[in-house]
Design a protein around this ligand. Structure first.
Ligand SMILES: [Zn+2]
Length: 85
């Protein structure tokens, strides 16, 4: 059970509560951006194979917000995400 005071919670419910997420390979939101961060723990997502980065995760339909697998599992009940496969 995740505590409401978990350090990763920073008001994400304003834009991530009950949204649809899809598990996919990371792709850039815009051509100028080379990476994104998990919306919760800040782990980096990149297309290239850099050490310590993730290459797949759960994303909103517009690829704007990314959530890593660990945070997805930790917060899925609290945020009531709908998952598209
Ligand atoms: Zn995370």
């Amino acid at each position: 059970m995740i505590d409401k005071n978990d350090w990763r919670l920073q008001g994400q419910e304003k834009y991530l509560k009950s949204v649809s997420l899809t598990f996919k390979s990371y792709s850039k939101y815009r051509e100028e951006w080379d990476h994104d961060h998990c919306s919760f723990c800040n782990t980096k997502f990149m297309e290239q194979n850099h050490h310590g980065t993730l290459h797949e995760g759960y994303a909103t339909d517009d690829n704007y917000h990314w959530v890593c697998t660990k945070c997805f599992n930790d917060f899925k009940d609290m945020f009531e995400w709908k998952v598209d496969f």
